[in-house]
Design a protein around this ligand. Structure first.
Ligand code: KE4
Length: 428
């Protein structure tokens, strides 16, 4: 595989950008080799600057659920930019997307647009603290909620891959208000609540975790968390930045039929443009400025181009709910094909809707500790060989994959064939 242009670009990028990338997980550090610089993408495929083509199973870490450069998203952006790229004043599209988000996710009575998932989770925690008058919050080991200081404690995703789940630069003063529990371990949550009785403002959880790889909640885990939050006046926040409008038309809260108090969103609601949102019960959201005293702002929040792209994609998903059955079936075909061709290698696969992960561990991965039993060196070899065969996976064992509606039987066959020959080569 030719990599001349990517290599030249990466060398130059490293002189100008920390690690040569604008987000750490893109650097391929945990899988070895150098990142590829992408020139274009269309449908299920990405093409790098050396004209190598790949079937994309990251889809920009979730946003490209319809596939790349989908006409309805593209046309909405082209139309929007002709009326300027930003107003810094309210626009009609912001009202329309707020209305549609609330229709698709009824727990969201009011919503505030921001520019990233990180902004969404930071703001949701601030709103919960302002609403309850309490300081602490619970997160789960291995969950990732963006790079806000208070979340970089036992964080997943790139923080886990780079060996900085507890990042330097986060002060002890900040960290003391972040309480840790273990995913799928209700007793760990109960213990934290007992030890911090009356001091906990919120609990934030990825209802289906994607940042340890794809990890599913045990039966009743989410409902039990809901009950505990009710009993102890704790604001329950579902971080659906990944799962929102991906796992179902109404996200994970529809799949598991558990209603959070607040939800954070991102990725799909921007159609690939920078976006985030947080919302939920009016009685909580009414505390957010300018209606209430909890301050939060953003120059480009509700940006007309991002709103146009997100609205186009959400409208399409809302009007074509059959797409979720298609995505689920595609994901099942892929994961079944992987499982049937593991050549006896110890592995486990977690899947929910159009999110899945192949773990190089014989253990069932259900939390941070079991995720860490994966053979990351073997995963790195697998990743690089699949890449050479034209399959673009997440460059980390601790990330979920995202299937797009543009992936069809031809792509599934190629993915499984590449997997089969890769596993055979690893076993040699
Ligand atoms: P952003 O600030 O990256 O838009 O969103 C942060 C975030 C919040 N909550 C969840 C559940 C998330 O998965 C994310 C971001 N996801 C990562 C993928 N693991 C983004 C990829 C990256 O960091 O480059």
């Amino acid at each position: 595989m030719k990599q001349a242009k990517s290599s030249v670009l990466f060398e130059k990028a490293k002189q100008l950008i920390p690690g040569g990338v604008n987000s750490p997980v893109r650097a391929f550090k945990s899988v070895g080799g150098n990142p590829l610089f992408i020139a274009s993408a269309k449908g299920a495929y990405m093409t790098d600057v050396d004209d190598n083509q790949y079937i994309d199973l990251i889809n920009s870490w979730g946003p490209m659920i319809l596939g790349h450069a989908h006409p309805i998203v593209e046309e909405s952006i082209i139309k929007a930019v002709q009326s300027s790229t930003s107003f810094g004043a309210p626009g009609q599209l912001e009202v329309e997307i707020a209305e549609l988000i609330s229709e698709m996710m009824p727990s969201i009575e009011k919503v505030r647009m921001v520019n990233s998932g990180t902004e969404a989770t930071m703001s949701a925690i601030r709103a919960a603290r302002g609403f309850t008058g309490k300081d602490k919050f619970i997160k789960f080991e291995g969950c990732y909620h963006g790079h806000g200081d208070s979340f970089l404690i036992a964080a997943g995703s790139g923080a886990m891959t780079m060996g900085t789940p507890d990042s330097p630069g986060v002060t002890a003063g900040t960290a003391k208000d972040t309480l840790l529990a273990r995913y799928n371990d209700l007793s760990s949550v109960e213990q934290v609540i007992v030890e911090n009785q009356g001091e906990i403002a919120a609990l934030i959880i990825e209802p289906v975790a994607g940042n340890m790889g794809c990890v599913l909640p045990h039966e009743e885990f989410l409902q039990s968390i809901r009950d505990l939050c009710n009993d102890h006046d704790i604001v329950l926040i579902f971080d659906e930045v990944m799962t929102g409008f991906r796992l179902a038309r109404g996200g994970a809260q529809e799949v598991y039929d558990v209603t959070p108090d607040l939800t954070t969103l991102g990725k799909i609601i921007g159609g690939g443009m920078p976006v985030g949102a947080y919302g939920g019960k009016s009685e909580i959201m009414n505390i957010v400025s300018p209606q209430g005293p909890v301050y939060q702002a953003g120059t480009l929040s509700g940006n007309p181009v991002a709103m146009a792209a997100g609205l186009a994609q959400l409208r399409y998903l809302n009007e074509h709910p059959e797409i979720y059955d298609q995505l689920k079936a595609t994901t099942q075909k892929i994961s079944d094909g992987l499982a049937q061709n593991m050549g006896g290698l110890g592995h486990s696969i977690n899947r929910n809707g159009s999110m899945y992960s192949l773990f190089f561990s014989p253990n069932t991965v259900m939390d941070f500790d079991s995720a860490k039993t994966c053979n990351t060196e073997l995963f790195g070899k697998y990743f690089r060989r699949m890449l050479n065969k034209g399959i673009y996976l997440a460059p980390s064992q601790f990330e979920t994959l995202f299937v797009s509606a543009a992936i069809g039987d031809h792509e599934i066959e190629n993915i499984v064939d590449a997997h089969k020959s890769t596993i055979e080569s690893l076993a040699e």
